[in-house]
Write a protein that binds this ligand. Structure first.
Ligand SMILES: *Cc1c(COP(=O)(O)O)cnc(C)c1O
Length: 367
């Protein structure tokens, strides 16, 4: 077995990397998840050799056997985090240790080998070093990093795969809020739930997303931007959106989010907002909240704001809730509330290194 702490990455530069001009054109308006940097990291795992063959190399398609396990049984996990250009032209990351830990926990839930946290962080930093020119310099831009791992053994038997590929790719992304942050409209799904007790709701796995897409399609058909999922047992407790956690802001200034009971993804943005709010002395609660209470509190005015949060969009106000039982608006529906806006500004300032954050939230990449 390899001593993974000593893993050497072989760097094979991309012979066809884009010119500075091509890169600049691609990065002008990259959107989200469409433009990719020139390289990727791959590390292989086999039952007999453990982690080995770490490379930084040209980004290119994988060649997969049709019996490749992930294509049949969806043994796959991923992460999402951002690297930012700092004022002194350096590159920093926001709490990547938390992504490493969550990736490890997702691997355990999906019966996959654990990639040591140090190797997870090293892999990301190796990629950023090679593709540092892809970290946007414009206001609000960042390099979105997508580490993932999948079962790569060619075998149709149902058991954990004996081979895996870990990979990291990177996309320059613009500000999610180009043209102003408009509150989103959410659809409460009656028919579909995202995760059940004992299931994989707390693991960041592709399968959870596959299961959520039909509900997302229903939301679009109802003119909504996102789905809000209820618990699968009583169908009343608010859990989260398809890929973002949810917060509620009350008239006494307190904020509240549903507790992590195993069916909700433990978001790092969620945790960061809870930590910041507690530090500022704002009353914070993690408790169950029903859709009936959400409607009643929005109508009485006790509930002032609601927002969704996650790495990609950071913080996004919820302006309207639609369901088969009728629609209701949050606040005045049209504008992002004051507490939501303040939390978003505070968090993005820390993420970009413009304001100090708690110890360990900030990690500089040695270029
Ligand atoms: C990734 C994810 C989130 C948000 O997590 P962050 O760490 O804040 O990006 C929330 N819900 C689901 C289902 C997710 O996959």
């Amino acid at each position: 077995m390899n001593d993974v702490m000593d893993m050497r990455f072989e760097v094979v530069p991309n012979g066809n990397k884009r010119s500075a001009q091509e890169r600049a054109a691609l990065m002008e308006d990259p959107g989200f998840g469409r433009v990719f940097s020139d390289h990727m990291v791959t590390i292989r795992w086999t039952a007999d050799k453990g982690w080995h063959d770490a490379q930084v190399r040209a980004r290119e398609p994988f060649s997969l056997d049709p019996a490749c396990a992930v294509l049949h049984y969806a043994q796959e996990i991923f992460e999402g985090l951002k690297a930012y250009r700092s004022a002194d032209e350096g590159v920093t990351m926001f709490r990547p240790q938390e992504n490493a830990r969550r990736f490890r926990e997702s691997a355990e839930r999906m019966a996959m080998p654990v990639l040591p946290d140090a190797l997870f962080l090293q892999a990301i930093e190796e990629l950023i070093r090679v593709d540092r020119d892809w970290v946007p310099t414009q206001e609000g831009g960042s390099l979105y990093l997508r580490p993932f791992m999948f079962a790569s053994e060619a075998f149709l038997g149902v058991r954990p795969s004996a081979e895996y590929i870990f990979c990291v790719v990177a996309c320059p992304v613009g500000s999610y809020f180009k043209g102003g942050a408009k509150p989103v409209t959410v659809w409460v799904s009656d028919d579909f739930t995202r995760a059940g007790p004992g299931g994989t709701g707390a693991a960041k796995c592709g399968g959870n997303y596959a299961a959520s897409l039909v509900a997302q399609a229903e939301a679009y058909a109802q003119g909504c931007d996102q789905v809000v999922f209820l618990d699968s047992t009583e169908r009343r407790w608010i859990e989260e959106l398809g890929g973002m956690n949810v917060f509620f802001v009350f008239d006494d200034g307190s904020i509240m989010t549903p507790p992590l009971t195993g069916t909700i993804l433990p978001g790092i943005t969620r945790d960061s907002i809870l930590t910041l709010a507690r530090q500022q002395g704002r009353p914070v609660e993690e408790r169950k909240y029903s859709i009936e209470d959400w409607r009643a509190d929005a109508q009485s005015g006790r509930l002032r704001e609601a927002f969704a949060c996650g790495t990609a969009a950071v913080v996004s106000a919820i302006g309207e809730v639609r369901s088969t039982k009728g629609n209701f608006t949050i606040g005045n529906g049209g504008a992002t509330g004051e507490v939501t806006e303040t939390l978003r500004e505070q968090l993005t300032a820390i993420q970009r290194g413009e304001a100090p954050g708690p110890d360990g939230w900030f990690r500089r990449v040695s270029l």
